[in-house]
Design a protein around this ligand. Structure first.
Ligand SMILES: N[C@@H](CCC(=O)N[C@@H](CS)C(=O)NCC(=O)O)C(=O)O
Length: 212
């Protein structure tokens, strides 16, 4: 049963995690920036460890990240986890419905238009090493991914960050796959505003890299 009272007094959060996953990295980055201690449990997605009954009880969608916030209380979907953790902090605008909705707008954009098109080429090229077999699909995803990157570039030509000119969970979500897009064969040299924004994200307090 879920209790609203401070869940961090009950136990350390447990993050069911996969090191190369950008979706998991988002959660590790925010937990670290918020200085929230957590235990990391590696789930081997290449060996199907998210598809076994024990894991499917935690997340029926069979995907990491999953954050256990109280014994047997599991959160999934990286954007939802970010919003849960950032509530009431500087990373999610407070008491401002419009700005909160702008953050959600970018989180939904990231999930539909950006990350599938960046993460799949990265997976098949850099992790599974099956570039030739999936060349046609990779081209298709890359065309869509460039469209999403164009939208981000246009925004960042005018603003330092995605919402309210300050660093929020929208930046964390968009950054996770963008900063490793070249591993999926993306040419990022045509995106100077995105590159400058990546440097701003890297310079945030308590930043950690995806390999940490
Ligand atoms: N929309 C989900 C996507 C999660 C996702 O795709 N996770 C991948 C790793 S990045 C996974 O667990 N794949 C294993 C599988 O599908 O079996 C989120 O943002 O958390």
């Amino acid at each position: 049963m879920y209790s609203q009272t401070n869940d961090r007094q009950v136990m350390n959060y447990k993050l069911y995690d996969s090191p190369p996953s950008g979706n998991c990295y988002k959660v590790r980055l925010l937990l670290t920036q918020l200085e929230i201690p957590f235990d990391r449990i590696n789930v081997n997605i290449l060996q199907g460890a998210t598809r076994v009954p024990e894991f499917l009880q935690k997340n029926p969608a069979g995907k990491v990240p999953v954050l256990e916030i109280q014994p047997d209380v599991y959160l999934s979907e990286s954007g939802a986890i970010l919003a849960y953790l950032a509530e009431g902090t500087e990373y999610f605008p407070r008491d401002n419905r419009l700005l909160q909705t702008r953050v959600l707008q970018w989180l939904f954009f990231e999930q539909y238009s950006l990350s599938p098109n960046l993460s799949r080429p990265r997976f098949f090229i850099s992790v599974a090493k099956q570039q030739d077999k999936f060349a046609h699909l990779i081209d298709h995803w890359r065309n869509l991914g460039y469209q999403a990157l164009d939208v981000m570039e246009q925004h960042l030509e005018k603003y330092a960050f995605f919402v309210n000119d300050s660093y929020t969970i929208a930046d964390i979500a968009l950054y996770s796959y963008t900063h490793v897009a070249s591993e999926g064969g993306y040419d990022m040299s045509k995106y100077p505003a995105i590159q400058a924004w990546c440097d701003r994200v890297k310079s945030q307090p308590k930043y950690i890299g995806i390999k940490e």
